[in-house]
Design a binder for this molecule. Structure first.
Ligand code: SAH
Length: 352
């Protein structure tokens, strides 16, 4: 058992079982032992590889899409270009490089990162030294907000509930024989799941992300008041159904209770929850990553880049393009949704 595992076992012995969200929060962000708090998990040598680390094209196209949204809204001055959970800062660095030639865009923007991990903040500062860092979205400036979040919402802790009659049993993390184990609470009504009684049956499992509503509402209110657009990219679907909690350690699936703090824990994103909290701004239709990137012109960009490559570098570039867009790779699993002002159009690549 890891050091964090021992702490959790002692805590549960003292005060009883904890919710899955409390468990995930400690595993990911415990200041001393949390997964993100203590390491840089990205890249081919790390635990997993994300779209901006696969190819520069990803950040370039997203940067250009946000710059186009800025132009479509009349090129406002003093705008925020924000990213939630920027990882190594690769996406933003690529976005800034690609938008250098957009007249007036760089002069109008300041870069803001929402990031809790000190290790990753240091890493981000190496590639985007002029950024301003925040612990949460609440302190982002009151200004037009152009925001990207890739694989951020999937890292937020979730609770899991099992339908039982008209109530729900919650999955808890407890201890049996000095080992962490899952159990279920007694059934109780859960107000935020009232709308799920219509589409679930006895024994169905649903997931709920308690931090998501406040994050989306804060962003939506800023976009409604000041303008801008937010683009969320993640794996998941329109409505959560079933257990999507996943632990990854050294690029392999692991038991989520086996090594707390040493494995990445994620869950699929319930995009309907984003839409439910988008008012007073609007939300775009849910689009797959593959379609979104194709509409933004990834194939033309890939062909341009390919001209300067040969041999292994060319093969790696071709497979990166395929990995980002092909339905059997990330193209269909990852989805894109945008929040944008009621009187505006969605950013390019997305439908109202
Ligand atoms: N967007 C990056 C990294 C995704 S991993 C990429 O695509 O490569 C998740 C990121 O979110 C990490 O940077 C992690 O430290 C950060 N993060 C996780 N939970 C967070 C929270 N509650 N608040 C702020 N940042 C968080």
């Amino acid at each position: 058992m890891t050091a964090l595992g021992d702490l959790l076992i002692a805590r549960i012995a003292r005060t009883g079982p904890i919710s899955l969200a409390d468990y995930m929060a400690d595993c990911l962000m415990h200041p001393e032992h949390g997964y993100y708090a203590t390491r840089d998990p990205f890249g081919t040598a790390g635990d997993f590889i994300t779209a901006p680390e696969i190819s520069q094209m990803f950040g370039e196209l997203i940067g250009l899409a946000l710059a186009q949204a800025w132009m479509d809204q009349g090129q406002p001055a003093d705008v925020t270009l924000a990213e939630l959970g920027p990882g190594r800062g690769t996406l933003m660095a690529d976005a800034l490089r690609a938008t250098k030639a957009v007249p007036g865009f760089h002069a109008a923007l300041s870069v803001h990162f929402v990031e809790t991990s000190p290790v990753l903040r240091a890493r981000q500062a190496q590639v985007v030294p002029d950024a301003t860092w925040h612990d949460g979205v609440a302190t982002l400036p009151d200004a037009p907000l152009y925001l990207i979040a890739n694989e951020f919402l999937d890292a937020l802790p979730i609770r899991q509930f099992l339908r039982d009659g008209d109530g729900w049993r919650e999955k808890m993390v407890g201890v049996t024989d000095d080992v962490l184990c899952f159990g279920w609470s007694d059934p109780a009504p859960i107000a935020v799941l009232a709308h799920r009684l219509a589409d679930t049956k006895q024994g169905d499992l649903v997931e709920y992300c308690p931090a998501l509503p406040a994050i989306i509402e804060t962003i939506s209110h800023k976009i409604d008041a000041f303008g801008g657009a937010a683009v969320f990219i993640d794996y998941g679907d329109w409505q959560s159904l079933g257990d999507t909690l996943q632990a990854l350690e050294a690029q392999n699936h692991a038991d989520p209770l086996q090594s707390p703090g040493a494995a990445d824990l994620t869950a699929h994103v319930d995009f309907a929850a984003i839409a439910r909290h988008a008012a007073p701004a609007k939300f775009s239709r849910l689009t797959t990553q593959g379609v979104f990137l194709e509409r933004l012109g990834i194939t033309q960009r890939a062909q341009n880049l390919a001209r300067g490559l040969s041999g292994n570098a060319l093969n790696a570039h071709i497979s990166a393009h395929r990995r980002l867009t092909h339905p059997s790779e990330m193209g269909d699993l990852f989805k894109v949704i945008s929040i944008y002002p009621a009187l505006a159009t969605p950013p390019p690549g997305l439908d109202p």
